[in-house]
Design a protein around this ligand. Structure first.
Ligand code: SAH
Length: 384
């Protein structure tokens, strides 16, 4: 922990008080908010007013919303709330990456990460408590699965990050992109994720453009089709292997939706989007497993005809993973083969390593309901 620049640890809450029965407005998209106001006998335009207060101005107390009548403010206090997750731990890495451990109402913990780069600030958001997919090289998977996050719990990560970054009052510390690449498989929490994405893109909320919000999937084919049908946004696909035999082992959901079906779904997704779009593929580089020149050549053949942005991710090791990071030489050799084929390829920089904030290192602290990996599910944060 010595190279952690700053560590702000709040005392564990003795008791977190949550209002019961009140509807949490944080998780309503525009349509939901309009329905809510209609249901209490108000005009629809209240929806955009209140969304602006909550998401853009960071106001959570209805009494401060001074373009609403006194009567409406009182009624809102009685029927609704704006309730965020509790920040249990807040860490900043030496490279500027900032990670939050957030406590949910049921006592589980999830993580969200802000990654600053020269021209952008990316927030990596969790979609589930743990993950059910059990990819062999991912520490979130090792923790097992508890439940889906609600829309409010997803959006709260954005709300908290936006407002805590603003408090830093430093240039370049603003969310310009959101990637659903934290804990969980977003497409297995479809409705809540789509609602959250709509809030991220709403001009009265975070106003992010459709090219700046990415959902990442391990390849849940029917949900990829549904997503393509209803929303225009970026899709990232965690590929990691170029043949079914290896992918079955690394990404077990491949047994259900093998590569041929996955590639067909990628093509269908692209066809539904506008002409400029392409799919981001993620490929974790595992020493001696999937990083050989023949794998690179197989990858080129597999992705032929699909507009691709290839992200090569150096494997981030964790205890007991059984994998090693590919050598720099192997990564460069692999990248060069892809480049030569004309594929746009970037080697993702590992960020926030000193605070365990890198890809696949997000672990939160969850009660595993699947009991799949009990021996791994020990809490990493001594907070009890
Ligand atoms: N379930 C979704 C969202 C997770 S995104 C998905 O699979 O796409 C997180 C990305 O980091 C995925 O591409 C995942 O495969 C990758 N990843 C997981 N563990 C990793 C590790 N230890 N090192 C590097 N990347 C990892």
């Amino acid at each position: 922990m010595s190279d952690v620049q700053q560590q702000i640890e709040s005392n564990p809450p003795l008791q977190v008080v949550f209002q019961s029965n009140a509807i949490n407005l944080l998780g309503l998209d525009r349509a939901g908010m309009e329905d809510f106001f209609t249901s209490i006998g108000e005009k629809k335009f209240r929806a955009s007013q209140v969304m602006k207060w909550i998401h853009q101005l960071g106001v959570t107390d209805f009494q401060e919303m001074n373009n609403l009548s006194k009567d409406l403010r009182t009624r809102l206090s009685e029927t609704a709330c704006v309730e965020n997750l509790k920040v249990a731990q807040d860490q900043i890495s030496t490279d500027g990456t900032r990670k939050w451990l957030l406590q949910l109402m049921d006592g589980n913990f999830i993580e969200a990460v802000f990654i600053p780069e020269d021209d952008r600030g990316t927030l990596c958001v969790s979609s589930q408590v743990g993950c059910a997919l059990d990819c062999s090289f991912c520490s979130t998977g090792r923790q097992g699965f508890n439940r889906n996050l609600t829309t409010s719990e997803i959006i709260s990560q954005v709300w908290l990050a936006a407002h805590l970054l603003e408090e830093e009052k430093k240039p370049g510390r603003k969310i310009t992109n959101v990637v659903m690449m934290g804990m969980g498989e977003p497409l297995l929490n479809f409705d809540n994720v789509v609602r959250a994405v709509r809030i991220m893109m709403d001009d009265f909320a975070y106003g992010l453009s459709k090219r700046r919000v990415t959902v990442s999937t391990a390849g849940v084919v029917p949900a990829m089709d549904r997503l393509g049908d209803i929303i225009d946004m970026r899709l990232a696909v965690s590929l990691h292997a170029t043949n079914d035999e290896l992918r079955d082992e690394l990404v077990p959901v491949n047994k259900k939706y093998p590569l041929k079906e996955l590639m067909a779904a990628c093509r269908r997704f692209i066809d539904k989007q506008n002409a400029r779009s392409r799919i981001t593929f993620e490929y974790v580089m595992l020493d001696g497993i999937n990083d050989q020149p023949e794998h690179a050549r197989e990858l080129v053949r597999l992705l032929k005809g699909i507009p691709t942005l290839m992200n090569l991710i150096p494997f981030n090791p964790f205890e007991g993973s059984g994998y090693r990071t590919s050598s720099k030489r192997a990564v460069v050799r692999f990248r060069d083969i892809l480049h030569q084929s004309g594929m746009t390829t970037v080697v993702r920089k590992t960020r926030g390593e000193d605070i365990d904030a890198a890809c696949g290192q997000l672990a939160g602290k969850i009660e595993d309901k699947s009991r799949r990996h009990r021996r791994f599910a020990e809490p990493r944060f001594g907070m009890e």
